[in-house]
Design a protein around this ligand. Structure first.
Ligand SMILES: Cc1cc2nc3c(=O)[nH]c(=O)nc-3n(C[C@H](O)[C@H](O)[C@H](O)COP(=O)(O)O)c2cc1C
Length: 206
C-alpha cells in the first residue's frame, strides 16, 4: 500500500481542513495517509510521496512552511511532491502558464487570463505564475508534480494581532478580499482524486 504524508500550516484553520478533506479522499482511494502540522512533522523518509499545504501569505507559502521546505529540501527533492495553497486571490497573466506542471484551480478563480499591462498591481502580485516562481525560488530543488489553489477563509478574529491589522487594512483597500468562508470541499476532493496516479510517477534524476 502506498503511503502519503500531508504536511500543513494553518493560522485560521482552512488549510488544515483542506488537508483533512484531501486525506479522506486519498484514504477512500486506498492510500495510507498521515496528516501532520509542520510543527509535528518528523521523518519523511518512510513515505512514498509528500503533499504540502500552506496558506498564501504575500504571494508565498506562510513562513513556517518556507522554513520546512528549506530545511528538508534535499529529502523532498527525492520524493514525488504536490502542493496546495489556500488564498484569497488568484489571477492569470496571459501567456505565462508554467510549463510542464499540473495546476488545479478552485472554480472561483477560473477567470480569463489578462495581458500584464492591463492588470492592477494586486492582480500581477497574485498571478499563478508568480506563486510558482516564488515557490521555486524558496526551494529550487523541489519539482512538484502538481499544485492546487483553493480559496480558503478570512476570519480576522482568528488571526494574530499583527496579521489581523494587516489583513483588515487589505480588506479596506481591496474589495476582492473580504472576510468569509470560501473553502470548496468538492474542489479539494476532486483534486485529491485526480492526484494519486501522477503523484506516484518516479521523479526524474532522483
Ligand atoms: C499575513 C497574511 C498574509 C496573506 N497574504 C495573502 C496574499 O498575499 N494573497 C492572498 O490571496 N491571500 C492572502 N492571505 C489570506 C490567506 O491566504 C487565506 O486567508 C488563507 O485561506 C488562510 O489559511 P488558514 O485558514 O489555513 O490560516 C493572507 C493572510 C494572512 C494572515
Amino acid at each position: 500500500m502506498k503511503k502519503i504524508l500531508i504536511i500543513y500550516f494553518t493560522e485560521s484553520g482552512s488549510t488544515r481542513e483542506a488537508a483533512d478533506i484531501a486525506a479522506m479522499q486519498l484514504l477512500k482511494d486506498g492510500i495510507d495517509i498521515d496528516v501532520f502540522s509542520v510543527k509535528q512533522a518528523g521523518h519523511i523518509s518512510s513515505y512514498d510521496a509528500i503533499i504540502i499545504g500552506a496558506p498564501n501569505w504575500y504571494g508565498k507559502p506562510a513562513p513556517k512552511v518556507r522554513k520546512f521546505l528549506q530545511q528538508n529540501q534535499d529529502e523532498l527533492s527525492k520524493k514525488p511532491t504536490a502542493f496546495f495553497f489556500t488564498c484569497m486571490s488568484l489571477s492569470e497573466i496571459a501567456g505565462e502558464a508554467p510549463p510542464g506542471l499540473s495546476i488545479y484551480k478552485d472554480l472561483i478563480f477560473d477567470q480569463p487570463a489578462k495581458p500584464k499591462n492591463e492588470m492592477t498591481s494586486w492582480e500581477k502580485n497574485h498571478a499563478t505564475s508568480l506563486y510558482v516562481k516564488n515557490l521555486s525560488k524558496i526551494a529550487p530543488k523541489i519539482k512538484p508534480a502538481a499544485i492546487a489553489f483553493f480559496k480558503g477563509r478570512l476570519d480576522l478574529k482568528r488571526l494574530s494581532f499583527f496579521n489581523r491589522m494587516a489583513m483588515k487594512f487589505i480588506t479596506l483597500i481591496n474589495k476582492e478580499v473580504a472576510e468569509g468562508e470560501y473553502l470548496n470541499h468538492d474542489a479539494i476532493r476532486d483534486w485529491a482524486e485526480g492526484l494519486s496516479p501522477g503523484l506516484f510517477m518516479p521523479i526524474k534524476n532522483a
